[in-house]
Design a protein around this ligand. Sequence first.
Ligand code: NAG
Ligand code: NAG
Ligand code: NAG
Ligand code: NAG
Ligand code: NAG
Length: 646
Amino acid sequence: MAGNALVSSYNDNIRPLLDAVDRLRHLKVTQEGIQLPTIVVVGDQSSGKSSMLESLAGISLPRGQGICTRVPLVMRLQGDPDATKPLLHLEYRNKTVPTTEAGITAAINEATVEIAGAGKGISDAPITLVVKKKGVPDLTLVDLPGITRVPVQGQPEDIYEQISNIIMGYIAPKESIILNVLSATVDFPTCESIRMSQKVDQLGERTLAVVTKSDKAPEGLLEKVTVDDVRIGLGYVCVRNRVGDETYEQARAEEERLFKSHPLLSQIDKSMTGIPVLAQRLTQIQASIIAKCLPDIVKKVDGKLNRSMSELNGMPQKLSTVVDGLKAILHIIKVLRESLEKSLIKGEYDEFPDEKSLHGAARIYEMLASYSSKLPSNCPTTNDLFLMEEVSVLEEAKGIWLPNFLPRSAFHVLLKRKVGTISHKPHELINAVWAYVGNLTIQIMLRSRHFQNYPQIQSSSQRVVHNLMTKLNAKSYEFVKNMIEMEYCSDYTSNPDYMKRWAEFMTEERNFTEAIENHSKPTKVSLKAFGVVEVGHLRSHADIAEQAFDIRMRLTAYWKSIVLRLVDGVALHILHSIKSMVESELEAELINELVGTKMAGVEKMLEESPATATKRDRLKKSVELLRQSKDIVANIMDRIVVEGEK
Ligand SMILES: *[C@@H]1O[C@H](CO)[C@@H](O)[C@H](O)[C@H]1NC(C)=O
Ligand SMILES: *[C@@H]1O[C@H](CO)[C@@H](O)[C@H](O)[C@H]1NC(C)=O
Ligand SMILES: *[C@@H]1O[C@H](CO)[C@@H](O)[C@H](O)[C@H]1NC(C)=O
Ligand SMILES: *[C@@H]1O[C@H](CO)[C@@H](O)[C@H](O)[C@H]1NC(C)=O
Ligand SMILES: *[C@@H]1O[C@H](CO)[C@@H](O)[C@H](O)[C@H]1NC(C)=O
């Protein structure tokens, strides 16, 4: 719709669109990463590029040795039927410099020297030349420095790289149309400008070729432009530039005559010859790329404006009073606490859906599960021979008393020994948990916009977290140590499971004793808790084998209660400690540190870091620029819609 409207009433409508794009260019929206539809002129040295531009604009451009164009030249041509004489001015470095047709060369040279220095260096900062003149097409073209392989005297060594970087910067965006200027006198595939444009536009979909110096090499030209072995998707236009001191009118007439009457050149289709055809092709292409790109530009400007605005709004307020500083600190702490509560206590991880290491509750559950699975589910023993550990302890517990009393001391020695084999495991768990919680707290802190906004409190806050974790780890260490000591101290459980299991085990005692006492029985006994066991070695300890069996069965039944206590107790302790850390301790420690005595910490908050100030400035500028751009494109889009509906 927009495209059709543009083409049909193109004369009235192209100017405002072009103005809008030119104003955007002037605003330098490309700095915000928004590319503008642009016709970019590239060509090798001596391709006749400047002459071609002169022919389009009907004015003379600077000529000289070496590079003529040392900076990008944005040429804005504006046809003005009422202009009695051409109006020209240059825009560069915030300046507008009026000039005349005769003074244009000097003015451009002066601007170039100001931008790129007096030598032969080049720069990518553009000069804009505005030409208002009767009979010129409404066109904006960017003329880039010609491509030279070999530096001439006074040029920097890396001139080729510098120029090709500038050119690539302009022709790479898909919004650019490449106007490739080729001299009829050379083999097109050997042109540097062709190689460059093919790098970014392989199929030539946005490349148009102008063949200059047609009169110098008419032989084979028809074939060159029809065979198209360098893939120029938008087609070729052959031209003849002005020679010597011809006026532009004379040159035009001469060109027309040439393509009409030259025996070879007259065979080239009229839609492919002459400056007027070129001008018309360019204005059409320009209208259609602008119409094609504008909606996208509107979207991009909108999106970037939104992003810059929300980033700017997210920037910290500049704090000026102690009360403001205090409020900011309290807010930061509150937000941190909420994030930690979600991650560690509620198990909600919507803030960091993809960062598994920040899903606190799940990771701590995993640590507990792994700890629990590492505790042996059966009572461990140090001797592979059945009951021999118990026998050797009982031997030492013998005394002058009736032999059928089960000595508690033996039971305790064994219990202590067995609990001892796992006593380091809860300590390992709490070390891992607090290291993880500390890590998590700092990670969440570093990701918080609020902390990012105040770099001045980051390191002290991290220190607070480290110290607090050390403190909490020490507390948990005490807790676990007590738990283990309680296990050492006594054997007790109210769990009815214990008695049930023990009684069950003891029903097998008869079979066991028989196997030991009756030497004609097999020495293997099948027991529920241990499977088939060899008991032959116990026949020489027949006096205490029964007690050993009993102790082992008690320990085995009791072990379950110990493991359960060590898992549940430590788990509850960890959950409780984390909860009180999140809900009160961290807050208290942070306030202590950040507010400090006499509000010393708050005062630090009032000093804004240079990085923050710079960022705020940059965002403000960006928002300002994008707002202006948005106004420009909004106006023009309204127009397009209205025109389209007509
Ligand atoms: C142009 O003006 C802007 C603001 O008015 C300024 O920030 C910028 O430095 C100026 N540029 C030059 C090259 O003087
Ligand atoms: C930008 O924000 C405005 C209003 O806040 C909204 O209407 C518009 O859709 C947003 N644009 C983009 C690209 O997000
Ligand atoms: C703490 O975080 C760092 C970096 O994310 C990581 O390399 C380290 O293993 C973590 N330590 C713990 C105990 O989670
Ligand atoms: C004792 O052993 C016999 C045979 O070996 C077996 O059938 C019986 O079930 C065992 N008794 C118990 C209580 O396990
Ligand atoms: C010893 O075991 C054998 C074989 O099982 C059995 O025949 C015998 O009666 C047992 N002796 C005693 C005294 O129980």
